[in-house]
Design a protein around this ligand. Structure first.
Ligand code: FAD
Length: 408
């Protein structure tokens, strides 16, 4: 059902302390934190409300991220509905190896499909906290980001007219393909670090219950395969494929045949098959913009750093940025205290780089055996076996997998 836009006919020029570009997890969290501090802001989103509330993507949330949402009054429904996961399983050389991370650490993962979180964040921001939000805007442009008087303009979806929102700060939360990252790098020579894994992943969403109640990682000479439970009726699967491959090359029967082979393990239950409702190829790469801020423009989430879904870290990092950015903007705008804002980029990047390094490490575990290089295949299997023979290696993996390090 299409939701009505709350402000159908805004004036041609408006003023808000903060304009947030993008209504994903990062932008909506920043907006909610600002509204809780009674700071007015405008969220601009190119897609419709319906679309952002349905877009399937992430599912795994780390415990600190959920607690951060809870402290900000944003986790009520999530805590009722999210599943708590206590173990994952690696399958290699025809055997399943359960990795019981909660037994080792006392900590767990939450599994909550991203659309549920986004739906809650939109409702809380727009319907409960009374925040201004415009969906379906076109041709968003950022102006004068290096000055004290930046603004954001967009084409109104109803009239096609260009509207301007003057502000004190712009939160660039429009993801990896938005306009904020380009506006920052055009205004200021930021370093853009990119890492290409040289592999693709076919990302699949199956209308089927999970085949196993925990996350499965199939490390196989034919390529990586993963199973991530999302809900009792939906399961995400991944299959390693050549970068640039086409989803059309993967008909239903081929997908399930590869999954069966790559996730095979002695005594494992057969996979529960179902209709594939999403099928897209992701070229696996990472990207980090440093610094994440210039002048009055501050990036958060995927706009600042893209993390391939290898270690399920992207949404967690987006929330971490958003907590820091929301709190820092609120401190600056309500108390005149700019210290947290000045340290924002550096504070985020410590966790970002830590998670990037873990993704790179884990990528070798997932993809090494299928590289065609017997040396990489041998070291990959050594890494995997070590997780199940060395308590120190298991503890280190659990800390990074769950994101429980106290400091970065
Ligand atoms: P986005 O969610 O991309 O939101 C940006 C918003 O900005 C979008 O709504 C977009 O429509 C809007 N926008 C774009 N351009 C403009 C513009 N010019 N003007 C205004 N608005 C604009 N992460 C995890 O932590 N755990 C997981 O399990 C996980 N699994 C994933 C699985 C897949 C298949 C994929 C693709 C990603 C996964 N991720 C995961 C990553 C996670 O989905 C992202 O990191 C997360 O969505 C980032 O949030 P964000 O708010 O920064 O950006």
């Amino acid at each position: 059902m299409a939701h009505p836009t709350p402000h159908p006919g805004p004036p041609a020029r408006e003023r808000f302390p903060v304009v947030v570009v993008g209504a994903g997890p990062a932008g909506l969290t920043v907006g909610n934190v600002l509204r809780a501090a009674s700071v007015d802001c405008l969220v601009l989103e190119t897609e419709t409300r319906d679309f952002v509330e349905r877009r399937p993507r992430a599912g795994v949330l780390e415990e600190w991220a959920v607690r951060g949402l809870e402290r900000r009054g944003l986790a009520g429904r999530l805590l009722e509905r999210a599943e708590r996961h206590t173990a994952c399983e690696f399958r290699f050389e025809g055997e399943g190896h359960r990795f019981p991370y909660t037994e080792l650490t006392g900590r767990h993962h939450f599994v909550c499909p991203q659309p549920l979180l986004v739906t809650d964040l939109v409702r809380e921001y727009a319907d409960v906290r009374g925040g201004a939000i415009r969906f379906g805007v076109r041709d968003v442009r950022l102006h004068d980001v290096g000055s004290d008087r930046p603004s954001v303009s967009y084409r109104c979806p109803e009239t096609g007219e260009r509207r301007y929102a003057d502000c004190e700060f712009i939160a660039g939360c429009d993801g990896a393909r938005g306009v904020s990252r380009a506006a920052l790098t055009a205004a200021h020579p930021a370093r853009v670090a990119r890492h290409d894994y040289g592999v693709g992943w076919l990302a699949l969403l199956a209308e089927a219950p999970p085949s196993c109640d925990r996350v499965l990682f199939g490390v196989h000479p034919r390529g990586f395969a993963g199973q991530m439970p999302r809900s009792p009726r939906l399961t995400r699967y991944y299959l390693q494929c050549p970068p640039g491959d086409e989803p059309e090359n993967w008909p239903h029967e081929r997908v399930w045949s590869e999954l069966r082979q790559r996730l095979a393990a002695a005594d494992a239950r057969p996979l529960t098959e179902g209709r594939l409702v999403e099928k897209r190829v992701l070229d696996m790469h990472d990207c980090v913009v440093e610094p994440m801020a210039y002048g009055r423009l501050l990036l958060a989430g995927d706009a600042a750093h893209l993390t391939a879904p290898i270690a399920a870290k992207g949404m967690n990092l987006a929330l971490h940025d958003a907590f820091l950015l929301g709190d820092a903007l609120a401190a600056r705008l309500t108390k005149g205290d700019g210290a947290a804002l000045a340290g924002y980029s550096a504070a985020c990047l410590r966790r970002v780089w830590d998670y990037q390094e873990f993704s790179q490490w884990l990528s070798e575990v997932y993809h090494g055996t299928a590289s065609g290089d017997p040396y990489r295949a041998g070291t990959t299997l050594a890494r995997l076996r070590r997780l199940f023979t060395s308590p120190a290696a298991a503890a280190a993996f659990a800390e990074q997998y769950l994101g429980t390090a106290v400091r970065h």
